[in-house]
Design a protein around this ligand. Structure first.
Ligand code: DAH
Length: 348
């Protein structure tokens, strides 16, 4: 038996010498360890052997099978390496050829402005928070002191998802209510929330049924309009340049009292009057005011202890002013010819 095993092995070794292709190796593999390959010659007469003899033959045949497998595997490796080397030797890469140009992306100008605003507010200790775009009527209106049927709802007619309770938020102000409820009337709040809002609106150069707002809320003790003014002055200088100043005009919002409209001095003409500021020297940038006591109460903050200010501005408007864009649709119609205008690196 042992002689037969070593004969089979040496036959294989001499045959494998001349093999240089994988297909030949597959044939050789079948010839030796296939179903009726040469290794099975050893176990052909097993049934006529005694138990001890069977054991020995079994061992010899197993050892042979392992050896044959190893020899074939080594040859396979050898052939694959040879194929790879041949490929490497034949393939020539001409490094002097110009590379394929891969178009480079750039952050959307709107996202860039939002990030800039976030950074300024974060440097003043504000958190950046998020809220749902599909919102409940309660957060979007009721908790903000705008009960059902109130005329103030007309200006923010929006898209209802089901019945009159679930809607696409018409403003980011519901995040004020959500943040205060989370604070459970116990902790001071400083947050901004950038996000998409929706209104039934005709789309034109300055209106869109979907646009972005940046909401802000500060709740603490002994806060006054002076704090709001100081905050806005700081923001305006950081976003629009060190000579930018702000002014308040009286306004009306259901969720603030008093309410103001915030203007910044025109950064293009420094207040002298130009087409950007329609010759007034001022540009309206945001609605704001002191949080209405009803809103504080509705959201779990005792208005005898806490007060604060809130504001909301349009992100597109901010970006349009900063980058001289005159049509809000530029942000959404994904026209590369327009977007590429802003696709520049800092300092370019
Ligand atoms: N939510 C208002 C709007 O969409 C903007 C606004 C005004 C937000 C005054 C405020 C605020 O937080 O105090 O027109």
């Amino acid at each position: 038996m042992k002689e037969l095993a070593s004969e089979i092995k040496s036959n294989l070794l001499s045959e494998i010498e001349s093999v240089s292709k994988l297909s030949e190796l597959i044939d050789l593999k079948a010839k030796y360890i296939g179903k009726s390959g040469r290794v099975t010659e050893l176990t052909k007469n097993m049934k006529d052997l005694s138990v001890d003899e069977r054991k020995e033959v079994g061992m010899i045949s197993n050892t042979l099978k392992n050896e044959v497998t190893e020899i074939i595997e080594n040859k396979e490796k050898e052939i694959n390496e040879a194929i790879l080397n041949e490929k490497l030797n034949n393939e020539v890469i001409d490094i002097s050829l110009p590379a394929t140009k891969i178009p480079e992306g750039a952050p959307s100008i709107l996202e860039k402005v939002i990030e800039e605003v976030e950074e300024v507010f974060m440097s003043m200790g504000y958190d950046v928070v998020d809220g749902p775009e599909v919102e409940e009527d309660r957060f979007n209106f009721e908790l903000l002191n705008i009960p059902k049927g109130h005329a103030a709802r007309d200006a923010q007619d929006t898209f209802y998802i089901s019945g009159d309770e679930i809607l696409l938020r018409s403003q980011t102000s519901p995040v004020q209510a959500r943040t205060m409820l989370k604070g459970e009337g116990k902790v001071p709040i400083r947050m901004i929330c950038p996000g998409k809002t929706y209104r039934r609106d005709d789309d034109d150069a300055t209106h869109s049924h979907q646009f972005m707002q940046i909401e802000g809320l500060l709740v603490d003790k002994d806060i006054s309009l002076c704090d709001l003014k100081g905050t806005f002055d700081e923001i305006a200088k950081k976003l629009f340049g060190p000579s930018c100043v702000t002014r308040f005009r009286p306004s009306y919002y259901q969720f603030t009292e008093p309410s103001v409209e915030t203007d910044i001095s025109c950064f293009a003409c420094e207040g002298k009057g130009c087409s950007l500021c329609k010759n007034t020297g001022w540009i309206t940038i945001s609605g704001a005011g002191m949080v209405h006591p009803n809103v504080l109460r509705n959201c779990g903050y005792d208005p005898n202890v806490w007060n604060g200010f809130a504001f909301g501005f349009g992100a597109e408007r901010c970006a349009m002013l900063k980058y001289g864009i005159n049509d809000i649709r530029t942000f959404y119609n994904a026209d590369l010819r327009e977007l590429k205008n802003f696709d520049r690196k800092e300092g370019e």
